[in-house]
Design a protein around this ligand. Structure first.
Ligand SMILES: C[S@@+](CC[C@H](N)C(=O)[O-])C[C@H]1O[C@@H](n2cnc3c(N)ncnc32)[C@H](O)[C@@H]1O
Length: 197
């Protein structure tokens, strides 16, 4: 199984609770970009709909793909509660088959970095180019891992409390260097007095 799929399928129930108190500040940026184009927009890695649902609310002809069915299930439930009609499907960006061409493709919140091999990065870029209209726009978000920052916090657990389905959890984030040349991975673990997640 793709590691990102395994991770996000397990983590999906905590995703929104984990980010709800954090000021990410990117939703307006993507809504504005999407409103500038005249045609369909694709969000790659739309997750639980943190950005995607606001695209729909803004009247954008928005589509989404995500590798995790569990993340999409939460998006669909939230859309249902908000009386929105999502057009999302489970797909891996490295081999998804576009069913239409998009004026704009967005890959927010460093989702592209889940492609950890150069082969996957190239495959994803090929598919995304295939899915764009000529002169369409691809907007990717990245961060550059800083070893100074990693060294400051390396191995130190950062904890926060989240409520999930009425139970209180402590979510612990720890940075671990998996591959000294390429990969720093943050692992999440949620524990509660009623047992480990
Ligand atoms: C950091 S979350 C971002 C979710 C949402 N865009 C947001 O901003 O809250 C990354 C998302 O990308 C999805 N993802 C990871 N690898 C993927 C892949 N190869 N193809 C499609 N989606 C992928 C994950 O399942 C997850 O939902």
């Amino acid at each position: 199984m793709h590691p990102a799929k395994g991770f996000f399928d397990e983590w999906a129930g905590f995703y929104d609770a984990n980010y709800e108190d954090q000021e990410i500040g990117d939703v307006e940026f993507y809504v504005n970009l999407a409103q500038e184009v005249d045609g369909p927009v694709l969000e790659v890695g739309c997750g639980t709909g943190r950005i995607y649902l606001d695209l729909l609310r803004a009247g954008v002809d928005a589509y989404g793909i995500d590798i995790s069915e569990e993340m999409l299930a939460i998006l669909e439930q939230k859309a249902d509660e908000a009386d929105l009609t999502p057009s999302v499907r489970q797909s891996d960006m490295t081999d998804f088959v576009p069913t239409r061409k998009y004026e704009l493709i967005i890959v927010p919140f460093r989702t592209f970095l889940h492609n950890v091999t150069i082969a996957d990065q190239k495959a994803a870029l090929r598919q995304l180019r295939e899915a764009l209209v000529p002169d369409g726009r691809l907007v990717l978000n990245f961060f550059v891992p800083s070893f100074d920052v990693i060294c400051e916090t390396y191995g130190d657990p950062k904890t926060q409390s989240v409520t999930h389905r009425g139970d209180e959890y402590v979510v612990t984030d720890v940075s671990r260097i998996v591959d000294v040349c390429n990969i720093c991975r943050i692992s999440h673990e949620a524990t509660t007095t009623i047992g480990n997640w």
